[in-house]
Design a protein around this ligand. Structure first.
Ligand code: FAD
Length: 506
């Protein structure tokens, strides 16, 4: 069976020594109490929870999978009890606002804890995963009533959130979505349509589930400009926030899939379900992007968590397993053969894994430190700059960490040889589980389009080097880092080559 020990020393090294997070976090607005002692104690406790509660359920969850019967989903043995421990331990609201019942700890500490969950049990981690994104959306654009009723229940872990975007005919291209929202006389909406592949759309861990659903109003323009965002609870909720009768939303089936078998991937049917508009009509995509960006970084962490577990096991196995002699003479003459780790190609794979993890951890944690600064930095400029850089890094973290995770798990499996291919050691599970991370929350191709199309080309427009996506040779300015400068030279007619000739003299 594969094992997991939280790499606390490596995590602290990346966060505190490389990124200097202690000074950054204590200087956040309201961050005076974020001392290293406090945060270290949280991480120690988080490691215990993950090693002792979630990690032992990883293999059994994969083997048992989820059960679907007459519209209900039963999660594998032990999952529900683990969720109760998660809630009782206060982990559900770790980074949520204090006035909503959360502990308001830094997102970067939440990220370290989440990395541990993703190593310990990726499937289990998908149940609270989208609650975090729902929290961010509701916090930003929810009404007071929605915050009071739905946000608080999600923060204290009583209810979980989902993200309902995908439909049978539309995945990457959300402009095609057809789910309808019809206004009702009492100010609510009736939601009709089918969403597929909805993570944790139905489960037995909480009494209620809060679906965040993209749908179109009757007069909505075509494409992404006509999408609105709605809350659709599994059980209706009255004005006082009390849970009432069952809403007209139900799980039609769950998917049978390659990996994360203990995560319920649901077809959700909305048959006139009562929904509540979040934010403004036809502006739903903006709200959903708040949720998606949070989720994209969270999936980047999934990649990191999987890599760490795969590496830990591959390293232990390579030290233990004796096969053949080293090319430079026996290293363990007392044994019948040398351990795998003496062989150059095994070392190459282990070092590749280690390099991915160390560099990837710093990059990913950096993004979460930026989240903290963007939310709670000392002044407007600091927050804005952090948010700009975060926007640029988000597709990189999502795409890079997940593509590397697939490669990393492949190396781990290879190091185990035939023992990696069979179920006993858990490497094939990691390889199967890793595969989805490059697909959901926007495929790698969609991250590439986001990076180039929105984060580079659009930001570069209107600045001194309008035509170019490379640093200006005269000023050294990089288009990504510039603000519009009215005094900057404008591009003459004739296209980039002509401009370059005149501007740079080349
Ligand atoms: C296990 C699982 C869980 C999921 N959880 C959720 C969830 O909770 N909520 C939710 O709403 N959805 C969820 N999804 C859906 C997931 O986000 C989509 O599968 C994903 O966005 C891709 O959409 P698609 O499958 O329709 O592929 P398509 O959009 O049809 O794309 C097919 C291929 O074409 C590529 N492609 C598409 N357009 C372009 C382009 N312009 N340039 C280059 N390549 C392109 C894609 O990258 C992909 O490789 C989940 C999916 C799975 C399998």
């Amino acid at each position: 069976m594969s094992r997991y020990t939280a790499p606390l020393a490596d995590m602290r090294f990346a966060l505190y020594d490389v990124l200097g997070a202690e000074a950054i976090l204590t200087n956040l607005n309201g961050g005076e109490g974020h001392t290293r002692d406090l945060l270290d104690a949280v991480l120690d406790e988080g490691a215990r929870f993950n090693e002792q509660v979630l990690a032992p359920l990883n293999k059994s969850g994969d083997q048992e999978g989820c059960h679907f019967e007459a519209g209900t989903v039963r999660t594998p043995k032990g999952f529900k009890e683990a969720y109760k421990q998660f809630v009782d331990g206060g982990w559900a609201g770790l980074t949520a606002p204090a006035d909503m019942g959360g502990q308001e700890l830094p997102e970067s500490i939440g990220a370290v804890f989440k990395e541990m969950i993703d190593s310990a049990n990726l499937s289990w981690g998908t149940y609270p995963l989208l609650s975090h994104g729902a929290t961010e959306s509701l916090k930003a654009i929810g009404s007071d009533w929605q915050k009071e009723v739905f946000l608080k229940a999600i923060v204290d872990g009583r209810w979980t959130g989902t993200m309902c975007l995908t439909e049978p005919h539309c995945g990457s291209d959300l402009g095609l979505l057809k789910t309808r929202a019809e206004p009702a006389a009492d100010g609510t909406y009736k939601i009709y349509g089918t969403k597929i592949f909805i993570t944790a759309g139905e489960h037995d861990m909480t009494d209620n589930i809060v679906h965040l659903v993209l749908a179109r109003l009757p007069d909505a323009p075509a494409g992404t400009r006509g999408i609105s965002l709605f809350i659709v609870p599994k059980f209706k909720v009255n004005q006082a926030g009390e849970q009432g009768e069952r809403n007209a939303v139900a799980c039609g089936s769950i998917e049978h899939k390659m990996g994360i078998k203990a995560s319920a991937t649901c077809v959700m049917n909305f048959d006139g379900a009562e929904g509540y508009l979040i934010g403004e009509p036809n502006k739903g995509l903006a709200g959903m992007f708040i949720m998606m960006n949070t989720a994209r970084l969270a999936v980047g962490l999934q990649g990191l968590g999987l890599m760490e577990r795969a590496y830990q096991n591959a390293l232990a196995y390579a030290r233990d397993r004796l096969q053949m002699r080293s090319l430079t003479g026996a290293k363990r003459p007392d044994k019948p053969a040398d351990p795998l780790i003496v062989h150059p190609d095994i070392r190459r794979m282990l070092l590749t894994q280690k390099a991915f993890i160390e560099a990837g951890r710093v990059l990913t944690y950096k993004a979460f430190v930026l989240v903290d600064v963007a939310h709670r930095g000392a002044d407007e400029t600091t927050r804005k700059n952090a948010d700009d850089l975060l926007g640029f890094l988000t597709p990189i973290v999502k795409a890079m960490m997940t593509e590397l995770a697939v490669e990393n798990c492949y190396h781990a499996l290879q190091i185990f040889g035939g023992h990696g291919y069979i179920q006993e050691w858990g490497m094939e599970q990691l390889a199967r589980d890793a595969r989805i991370t490059t697909i959901y929350e926007g495929t790698t191709q969609i991250q590439a389009l986001d990076l180039l199309g929105r984060k580079i080309m659009q930001v570069g427009r209107g600045e001194c080097c309008t035509w170019r996506r490379i640093p200006c040779r005269k000023t050294g300015h990089h288009p990504l880092l510039l603000r519009p400068d009215p005094a900057a030279p404008r591009h003459p007619q004739g296209g980039p080559r002509e401009w370059r000739r005149q501007h740079d003299g080349v």
